[in-house]
Ligand binder design. Structure first.
Ligand SMILES: Nc1ncnc2c1ncn2[C@@H]1O[C@H](COP(=O)(O)OP(=O)(O)O)[C@@H](O)[C@H]1O
Ligand SMILES: [Mg+2]
Length: 258
C-alpha cells in the first residue's frame, strides 16, 4: 500500500457535495501537488484528512493504518502535520514562543506529580527548546526569533507556520498554499526550503498551490481537482500538456468574469 492513501472521500455541506469520491495516493519521499480552481474542494480535503472535518464516506490510510475520523491531535502525533492556508499564529507572542507552543505540553501533570517530575519536565523543556532552535534554522527565521509574530511579513508568517508544523517531527506535511500572497523571491525561498526538507529529512509533502509556476518545478506528481473529484493526475509536464487542464482552469476565469 502507498504511504498515504485517500480512498473515495465524500463531504457534504448541507446540499453541497464538496468532496465527491476524492481519491489520491502519495508516494514516500515525494513532493506531490494538489491543484485546481478556487472552490474545487482542496482545503476541505486537507481538513477531512487532518481530522478537522468528518467525512460522510471514504477512508484515509497513513503508513498502512486507517486514520479516518481520528481527531487532529492524534493525526499529528502519528507524524502527519498540516500547515494552514492562513497561518494560525499568536501575533503578540514571539516567533520562538509560537514554536514552543506548537506541540502543546505533553506531560500535563498536576501540581503534586509536577514536583516529583520536575527534573523530567526540565529535560523535556530543554529538548523542546533545542528542537525550536533547529526548526528556526531550517526555516531561516533565527534572526527574528524574539520578534512578535504579528510584526512578520506575510512570507515570514508562512515560514513560521511551516515551522510550527515541523515541531511535531512529522514524516509527512500537508501544506495549504505555502506561497500564496508572498512575493516571488520569498515564494521561491519557501519552495527551496521545502525541497531541502524532502531531501535532507526525507519528508513527504502534499502541497496545495495556486502558483503553479513554483509548484511544478518541484513536484514529481500532480493531481488536478475539479468540483470535488480528481480530474487529471500524472507528472507535471503530462498534466500541463492535457487540454482538459486548460478547460478546467478556463472555467475558473469565466467564473471571475461573471
Ligand atoms: N464549513 C463550510 N460550510 C459550508 N460550505 C463550505 C465550508 N467550507 C467550504 N465550503 C464550500 O466548499 C467549497 C470548497 O471550498 P474549499 O475546500 O475551501 O475549496 P478550495 O480550497 O479548493 O478553494 C466552496 O464552495 C466553499 O464555499
Ligand atoms: Mg483553499
Amino acid at each position: 500500500m502507498d504511504f498515504f492513501v485517500a480512498d473515495r472521500l465524500v463531504k457534504n455541506f448541507g446540499g453541497l457535495r464538496v468532496l465527491n469520491e476524492t481519491s489520491l495516493t502519495v508516494k514516500e519521499g515525494t513532493i506531490t501537488g494538489l491543484v485546481g480552481p478556487n472552490g474545487s474542494g482542496k482545503t476541505t480535503f486537507f481538513h477531512v484528512v487532518y481530522g478537522l472535518l468528518r467525512p460522510d464516506a471514504g477512508e484515509v490510510y497513513f503508513r498502512g493504518e486507517p486514520i479516518t475520523c481520528l481527531p487532529a491531535y492524534r493525526v499529528y502525533s502519528k507524524g502527519l502535520a498540516l500547515a494552514f492556508q492562513l497561518p494560525r499564529l499568536f501575533s503578540r507572542l514571539t516567533v520562538l514562543d509560537n514554536l514552543l507552543l506548537a506541540t502543546g505540553r505533553r506531560s500535563g501533570e498536576n501540581f503534586g506529580t509536577a514536583l516529583f517530575r520536575r527534573r523530567h519536565w526540565q529535560e523535556e523543556e530543554i529538548k523542546l527548546a533545542e528542537k525550536a532552535r533547529a526548526v528556526l534554522e531550517l526555516v531561516e527565521l533565527t534572526p527574528l526569533a524574539l520578534k512578535p509574530a504579528g510584526e512578520l511579513s506575510g512570507g515570514q508568517r508562512k515560514l513560521l507556520e511551516i515551522g510550527r508544523a515541523l515541531m511535531a517531527d512529522p514524516v509527512m506535511l500537508l501544506l495549504d498554499e505555502p506561497a500564496a500572497g508572498v512575493n516571488p523571491v520569498l515564494g521561491r525561498k519557501i519552495y527551496a526550503t521545502l525541497e531541502r526538507l524532502r531531501r535532507e529529512k526525507r519528508l513527504t509533502l502534499l502541497i496545495i498551490e495556486h502558483r503553479l509556476e513554483m509548484l511544478l518545478d518541484h513536484a514529481q506528481h500532480v493531481y488536478l481537482m475539479d468540483a470535488g473529484r480528481i480530474a487529471l493526475a500524472g507528472e507535471p509536464a503530462r498534466v500541463l500538456a492535457d487540454p482538459a487542464f486548460y478547460k478546467i482552469y478556463a472555467g475558473e476565469s469565466r467564473q471571475w468574469q461573471s
